[in-house]
Design a protein around this ligand. Structure first.
Ligand code: GDD
Ligand code: MN
Length: 373
């Protein structure tokens, strides 16, 4: 067997950790392999379990990441910490059927051109999604379908979190990967930029016995983000697009508020316009905070200072916008082009400056040094 590292991302998996080790030790031959747990500072006592295991068992290593979260990035860091020829990735919760792992690893021996081995729920006679609800099966299949638009390697189960790759694929793709969210296999396949030589291994997804799933709506959102980043990210940062969309939602709110105040409530136009502007800014701030800058979202006591800074920056953005539009207009550029260009310059200003100040610098200086994440 090739030298292999089994990378196991684990977040609050205390009870599952020793079971995984026990099962792998029964299954895998020889001593050319190791297990690398990547734990994101779980609060359930995983640390003690890992420490104990690593001390008594030379096959077991672990990485502890403090103040960080994320399945995909955890797997990448596990690989980066290893000198193996083949990296396998498997969940810690025993939902992946580890009995196909020996065959997956052996395949790299048998086929020296093989680059990727994937445990698939949707191929061959195996296949099945265990205890998943109808809606989750639907979402998963739908996600698989839209993913195929940008994929170069044909896979029946590109969402699988159970796979093995040869080291050179990791080296080739790691700098192109987004490392965000759950879909690391898809990330690898998309980042490779060429079809990979792949073999699939059917298995049945098992029911989780201990602990709970970490997949939620945020993860689904991250998946769409990953696809968008791969399709459009070359041209415009996806974040900027989200920022502009948030701005458009603010514009709709602005016009609505203005109409209600001025037309229905008889508020004088100027007062109504000022109130509508403030409402739109506040709403843009909140939408950007929970969508565009979700990963560094401001919470609690940071919200108000964030909002104030955001409004000041957007105020300056308006000045930048008007100044550049005026300059272009004076150069005999058509009025509508000058206006749109001014708006774009203002949006880029708002985006760039608020990214740096509101969502990077501010949380850094206002955070209490002891508080975590
Ligand atoms: N280090 C770390 N950090 N590990 C994490 C994190 C995290 O932020 N989030 C989840 N994990 C670990 C879990 O502890 C588990 O071992 C594994 O990643 C999968 O997480 P689950 O929460 O059990 O995921 P699931 O069962 O809903 O999702 C499964 O299906 C997906 C296919 O749609 C997994 O097999 C995924 O890998 C797979 O992509
Ligand atoms: Mn699971």
């Amino acid at each position: 067997m090739k030298r292999a590292s089994i990378i196991i991302p684990a977040y609050n998996e205390r009870d599952n950790i020793p079971l995984v080790v026990e099962r792998l030790e029964k299954l895998l031959p020889g001593d050319n392999w190791e297990i690398v747990f990547v734990d994101d500072d779980s609060q359930d006592g995983s640390r003690e379990v890992l420490m104990e295991l690593a001390r008594s068992n030379p096959r077991v290593r672990f990485i502890r990441r403090i103040g960080r979260r994320g399945l995909a990035s955890a797997c990448l860091e596990g690989m980066a910490s290893s000198a193996a020829d083949v990296f396998a990735v498997m969940d810690c919760d025993l939902q992946h059927d580890e009995t196909i792992l020996p065959a997956m690893l052996r395949a790299f021996e048998e086929d020296s051109a093989l680059e990727l081995a994937v445990g698939s729920r949707y191929t061959g006679k195996g296949g099945g999604t265990g205890d998943w609800s109808k809606s989750r099966v639907f979402v998963s299949r739908f996600a698989t379908r839209i993913g195929s638009i940008v994929r170069k390697t044909e896979l029946t189960d590109p969402m699988s979190g159970f796979f093995a790759i040869r080291r050179n694929i990791f080296e080739e793709t790691v700098r192109q990967m987004t490392g965000k969210g759950f879909k690391i296999l898809l990330d690898i396949v998309l980042s490779a930029g060429r079809p990979l030589r792949v073999r699939e291994f059917p298995y049945e997804f098992r029911t989780r016995q201990h602990g709970e799933s970490k997949l939620d709506i945020v993860v689904a959102f991250e998946y769409l983000y990953l696809l968008a980043d791969k399709i459009f990210g070359r041209f415009v940062p996806v974040r900027f697009v989200l920022y502009v969309l948030a701005g458009l939602s603010g514009l709709v709110l602005h016009i609505g508020t203005l109409g209600i105040l001025h037309k229905l409530a008889d508020v004088p136009f100027i007062t109504a316009q000022i109130l509508a502007t403030l409402a739109a800014m506040a709403s843009n701030f909140l939408v950007n905070n929970s969508v565009t800058f979700r990963q560094q979202r401001l919470k609690g006591g940071l919200l108000l200072p964030g909002l104030i800074a955001y409004m000041m920056i957007c105020g300056m953005g308006a000045v930048v916008n008007v100044q550049s539009a005026e300059y272009l207009f004076e150069q005999n550029i058509p009025w509508w082009f000058a206006g749109a260009a001014g708006a774009l310059v203002g949006a880029v200003w708002n985006y760039a400056v608020s990214t740096q100040i509101v969502w990077t610098w501010l949380p850094g200086i206002l955070k209490k040094p002891t508080s975590k994440k």
